[in-house]
Design a protein around this ligand. Structure first.
Ligand code: PBG
Length: 322
């Protein structure tokens, strides 16, 4: 006696009926890059198919997002000026703050999340304040909280700290609450690994560290238990949603986070994952649509409630084709 598992693979109808995991446009968050200047829609070389937008042209991508049925965006800014303390990151007229105001004006129903970090805004390219040759954790907290508050003031629905300083969720939650932004939620990049998969993003955002690396704050790719501790800490500090990043090489971390915690889990399928697919497709060695959809499906199957992906606009079109 053996199992006839193939019976339930007989044709598309039965396969559809028993499918365990289904992707929908509502799973996706699309990252958006806002730049200073006017009349700019420029393709990002390292992330083909994604663009830098000036504020006056943001409506073009927002229209696409809405038309695709995507419910949320994650806003990144590329500022004109950088300094030691990331002043342009908490300027009320900074690039992210203006982009958020604009997006909320065009699409008030869209869930607008902002990446809260310092690396695009600091001259040294690190995600915090430098003291000597080190990133000073507690000094950075003050600034990170200020950045989060300025995003909330601009109208962000949710802030997403990606810096990996200890205590940032608590610092942000306290300041937001004190200033009357109790309703603004926090999606924490809780298990953010020190990953080579961020390479294309650093080109897109001009945010590579000018000395050293990020190993003293981002996590060692070898560690899973430590990720669970980071997540637990962030939940205790007040994170509403926790994130695992990157996604593809870290599906075990997503699954473990899902099994161990009851808050929503987001997976960030990062720039390197996207760029590899694009490069492979360009070489003609893989089928872009099939590979991308299989990757996204694997993230959802691993337990992600939300997938942040540069494929989002294509993926919703592909979903409609099926
Ligand atoms: C900022 C930030 C990074 C990413 C998201 N927020 C870069 C980094 O930590 O070096 C990476 C996103 C991607 O690769 O798609 N700290």
């Amino acid at each position: 006696m053996f199992s006839r598992n193939r019976r339930l693979r007989e044709n598309g109808a039965i396969r559809d009926l028993i499918r365990e995991t289904v992707l929908t446009p509502k799973d996706f968050i699309y990252p958006i890059f806002a730049v200073e200047g006017e009349n700019i829609k420029e393709e990002i070389e390292s992330l083909p198919g994604n663009y830098h937008y000036s504020i006056d042209r943001l409506h073009e991508v927002i229209d696409e997002v809405k038309a695709g049925g995507i419910r949320g965006v994650l806003v990144f800014g590329i500022p004109d000026s950088k300094d030691e303390i990331a002043s342009s990151a908490f300027d009320e007229n900074g690039i992210v703050q203006r982009a958020v105001r604009k997006i909320k004006e065009i699409a008030p129903e869209l869930w607008v999340i902002t990446d809260v970090c310092m690396c695009q805004y600091t001259s040294h390219g690190h995600c915090g304040i430098i003291y000597g040759t080190k990133v000073d954790n507690d000094k950075s907290l003050e600034y990170l909280a200020k950045i989060a508050l300025s995003h909330a003031k601009a109208g962000a629905d949710m802030v997403a700290p990606s810096d990996m300083m200890d205590g940032r969720v608590m610092a942000m939650r306290n300041l937001l609450d004190k200033e009357g932004y109790k309703h603004v939620s926090i999606m924490s990049y809780s298990a953010k690994y020190c990953s080579a998969f961020y390479g294309p993003f650093r080109d897109a955002a001009n945010s590579a560290p000018q000395f050293g690396d990020r190993k003293t704050y981002q996590m060692d790719p070898a560690n899973l238990r430590e990720a669970m501790k980071e997540i637990e800490d962030d939940i205790m500090e007040g994170a509403d949603i926790i994130m695992v990043k990157p996604a593809l090489s870290y599906l075990d971390v997503i699954r473990c986070a899902r099994d161990r915690h009851d808050v929503p889990v987001a997976a960030y399928s990062v720039s390197g994952e996207y760029a590899m697919v694009k490069a492979g497709a360009k070489m003609g060695v893989i089928n872009e649509k099939a590979i991308a959809m299989e990757m996204l499906l694997s993230m959802k199957r691993a337990g992600a409630d939300i997938i942040i992906t540069y494929h989002a606009l294509d993926a919703v079109k592909w979903l409609k084709e099926d």
